[in-house]
Design a protein around this ligand. Structure first.
Ligand code: NAD
Ligand code: UGA
Length: 315
């Protein structure tokens, strides 16, 4: 039985990012006192209101304790996110994903914060030998990025386990998240742009890679469950339990956009895993969360959003 523990003030790190900006708007709309922190300023259309504050600052150097004043839950999304560039820029990944997480956890400890939700990643599983990736499996990260995400989630769990700690930590292992405003380095945003414009897209490998794509509104809902339920520390998958190949995705997006991209196949990239597929049973049973947006609906909404942006800039 879950005990509702509705957090009062919420601090969102990475609030100017793709997932962060959706979460900020959702929390603002529900009337919560919310503070967002990001090293980039919030974009036009960001959450606003009397109970919303945006702070521009870098978690590697910012004085974090004052940000936790009046806050009872932190959602830690700030990180350098891509799999493929992480072979080249590892120092920045370690600084932003691991060392900055430690600074934040120290501030949580010092202020006696009760709850942190940390964004982890399906990439921690690597190329799984099992059909579905389940939290009980041993992680086997296949990229430097994934190593830093595993380090960050485990660090949060270690802080929560410290004797006398008031903190509970929930690490959410997001599968590939998509939706309006998706990062421009990711497949679906590139695919929609290329389809709508009839331009080229590079596909790494032969199109047989499979991903469990989860819509951003579902991810925001899962974060809400993790923040506001009395569940103790642990890790939880956030995916749909279904996956699709890159080739199938291209066909589906082209049909919805009524135009096709020019596909150019390139070498598979180091660190990219072949297949992701979430076992969603623990998240459903313990957090009471299941994704509800199917891929066709999520793609339709993403294409619609992109089309209206193109009209707005006269493209
Ligand atoms: P994003 O890049 O859009 O957002 C991350 C934000 O963090 C950026 O706005 C960036 O400026 C900020 N940031 C990075 N380092 C910082 C620092 N040192 N100080 C302050 N701000 C900093 O990425 P996203 O796709 O929204 O991902 C959010 C989180 O979810 C990340 O932790 C990522 O690893 C994780 N995740 C994302 C996906 C996905 O498919 N998008 C999947 C699994 C996990
Ligand atoms: C995404 C996020 O970028 C990571 O932050 C996150 O941790 C990860 O999901 C996750 O699931 O945990 P990824 O699956 O690589 O990583 O997401 P995309 O960039 O959308 O790539 C999906 C597939 O498309 C991969 O096979 C990739 O190789 C391929 N791809 C991507 C292309 O073929 N071309 C591109 O231009 C981009």
């Amino acid at each position: 039985m879950l005990t509702p523990q509705v957090a009062e003030g919420v601090l969102v790190t990475g609030s100017a990012g793709f997932i962060g900006s959706h979460l900020m708007r959702h929390l603002a709309a529900s009337g919560r006192h919310v503070v967002g922190v990001d090293r980039r300023p919030a974009a036009a259309g960001a959450a606003s209101g009397a109970r919303v504050r945006h702070v521009v600052g870098d978690l590697r150097t910012l004085d974090l304790e004052p940000l936790l004043d009046g806050i009872s839950a932190v959602v830690h999304l700030a990180a350098i996110p891509g799999v493929r560039p992480s072979w080249q820029e590892f120092d920045s990944y370690v600084e932003c994903n691991v060392l900055a997480t430690r600074r934040l956890l120290e501030a949580c400890r010092a202020t006696g914060l009760p709850r942190i939700v940390v964004a982890s990643s399906s990439s921690v599983y690597g190329d799984s030998a099992h059909e579905r990736m389940s939290e009980s499996q041993a992680p086997a990260p296949a990229s430097p990025y994934a190593v830093t995400k595993l380090a960050a989630e485990q660090l949060a769990l270690a802080y929560a386990q410290r004797p006398g700690s008031r903190l509970s930590a929930v690490a959410l292992r997001f599968f590939t998240v998509y939706g309006p405003g998706q990062r421009p380095d990711m497949l679906i945003s590139r695919l929609i742009d290329a389809a709508l414009n009839g331009t080229e897209i590079s596909i790494y490998g032969d199109g047989s890679a499979r991903r469990d794509f989860v819509f951003v509104d579902d991810v925001v809902r899962a974060i809400g469950r993790a923040m506001d339920t009395g569940v103790g520390s642990g890790v939880f998958n956030v995916g749909t339990g279904r996956n699709v190949s890159v080739a199938e995705l291209i066909a589906q997006a082209s049909a919805l956009a009524e135009r096709s991209p020019v596909v150019v196949h390139r070498d598979r990239q180091p660190g990219d895993v072949g297949v992701t597929l979430a076992d969603v049973s623990r998240t459903a049973e313990v957090l009471g969360f299941r994704a509800s947006t199917d891929l066709a609906e999520g793609l339709r909404r993403s294409i619609e959003d992109r089309r209206s942006q193109m009209v707005a800039v006269g493209a």
